[in-house]
Design a protein around this ligand. Sequence first.
Ligand SMILES: O=P(O)(O)OC[C@H]1O[C@H](OP(=O)(O)OP(=O)(O)O)[C@H](O)[C@@H]1O
Ligand SMILES: O=c1[nH]c(=O)c2nc[nH]c2[nH]1
Ligand SMILES: [Mg+2]
Length: 171
Amino acid sequence: MVSPQKTFPVSWEELHRTAKALAWRLIALGPFKGIVAITRGGLVPAAIIARELDVRLIDTVCMSSYSEEDSGGTAGVHRPGDLQLLKGDAGKIWGDGTGWLIIDDLVDTGRTAKYVREMLPKAHFATVYAKPAGRPLVDTFVTEVSQDTWIYFPWDIEPQFIQPIAKQQRS
Ligand SMILES: O=P(O)(O)OC[C@H]1O[C@H](OP(=O)(O)OP(=O)(O)O)[C@H](O)[C@@H]1O
Ligand SMILES: O=c1[nH]c(=O)c2nc[nH]c2[nH]1
Ligand SMILES: [Mg+2]
């Protein structure tokens, strides 16, 4: 895994705007039977997209891909753990995924996307952000960031002082 060297903080407004841009791309590809949000990161984008696409049937795939002990909340220390499916009733109503829309906040290495795609091979997989390694696994996304960038979502951050880039590079 590439250690993130850069950070990409995302504000609520920016996330809302970019998720709406994703909705504009998806509306042309529907209608969809429902949305499957990949928890937890997919929940907020899924809510925004459900509102724009007028979808009321929203289900979840409850997953965890980064091990707790390694994810200290700082760029560079996140390490993938074992992929865990945290829900036992997967596939009950989704079948092979035909007509369903899977939403996640981002695809990074593509491990989560690969896992969920194997569960729902015919579903349309969409994310707001994509990194190059995971990009081939996503059908629709909006913004690409480099593999060595860590995206900070608004629910994970709060405003604080940060050193100028030039000073960061000196240290
Ligand atoms: O392409 P990958 O390398 O699999 O990484 C992408 C996944 O990692 C993050 O979820 P995470 O499992 O950390 O849990 P969270 O959604 O609860 O933050 C993110 O929300 C994606 O689901
Ligand atoms: O908040 C996050 N930002 C990221 O860039 C990332 N990659 C995997 N999982 C992630 N979570
Ligand atoms: Mg996630």
